[in-house]
Design a protein around this ligand. Structure first.
Ligand SMILES: [Mn+2]
Length: 270
């Protein structure tokens, strides 16, 4: 049995199938960990979700990404589809309601104590301990699985607040937590989120630091994340594993075997 963490699929169903053949994925024995952003940007979002939903329960662990929540917000008619969105196939799918429900039930964070890995879409706020991260992820899971999920999807949009404070309450608290797990890239030296900064890694000015280069509380677990294709799978930080290698942008789709950290990749959509 092997565990494979796979980067942002973003509707790239055909490259996903090629990657699973490359690693000889056996759903009866192996387990896939997906870092989220399963849909959008590629053209086969419905096929991706439909395929994942058919896998046996033990074969799949998924965390939600910002594109997944964005898709849900559009599907539930809370916001209009954006001009760059490419999940029309999913919106028109005959089974869209069950696929939406399946997606909405997925968590924000997954971990395995024995393997010593924790996975989220964008990373883990440096100021949070592992216990903090698990607790805060559960706050998002709870509201997305509650009857007020449409309210939540609407109120999670926005960049503020950008400073963590344990005393934050209500939507502000949930928005900060969600932004940390799903949209974080650069932080400021004080550890606050800088969601507006769009610079490339390595080209940023002194006030912008990739979250994984700040001193962090989690030092004894391996962290898996996606979301940041410009990193091209590299962080130069031991124990921090970037997995988004830009499949939807014509680069590659990457799987990392958790047991030995060996990476496998296939060409993405051109
Ligand atoms: Mn993302």
């Amino acid at each position: 049995m092997a565990h494979y963490a796979i980067g942002d699929i973003q509707g790239c169903f055909e490259p996903l199938q090629r990657l699973l053949r490359l690693i000889h994925f056996n759903p009866d024995q192996d387990q896939l960990w997906l870092v989220g952003d399963l849909v959008n940007r590629g053209s086969q979002s419905a096929s991706v979700l439909r395929f994942l939903k058919t896998l046996p329960h033990h074969a799949l662990r998924v965390v939600l990404g910002n594109h997944d929540l964005h898709f849900l917000a559009v599907a539930y008619k809370l916001i209009p589809m954006g001009k760059n969105d490419t999940f029309q196939d999913l919106l028109e799918a005959p089974d869209r309601d069950v696929l939406c429900e399946w997606l909405r039930q997925q968590p924000v964070l997954h971990y395995d104590k024995k393997l010593n890995y924790v996975m989220t879409h964008a990373g883990i706020l440096p100021a949070w301990t592992f216990e903090d991260a698990v607790k805060h992820a559960e706050e998002i899971n709870t509201v997305l699985r509650s009857a007020s999920y449409t309210d939540a999807l609407l109120h999670l949009y926005g960049d503020m607040p950008d400073h963590w404070d344990e005393n934050l309450r209500g939507w502000e608290r949930l928005r900060f937590i969600n932004n940390s797990f799903m949209r974080m890239r650069f932080c400021r030296p004080d550890g606050s989120l800088d969601l507006a900064f769009k610079g490339k890694p390595g080209q940023q000015t002194a006030g912008h630091i990739p979250w994984f280069h700040l001193p962090r509380k989690i030092t004894n677990m391996q962290i898996l994340f996606g979301h940041w294709a410009a990193l091209n799978g590299e962080t130069d930080e031991p124990g921090i594993h970037a997995l988004d290698t830009g499949c939807a942008w014509g680069h590659t789709l990457t799987a990392m075997r958790l047991e030995d950290q060996k990476r496998f990749s296939v060409q993405g959509n051109l």
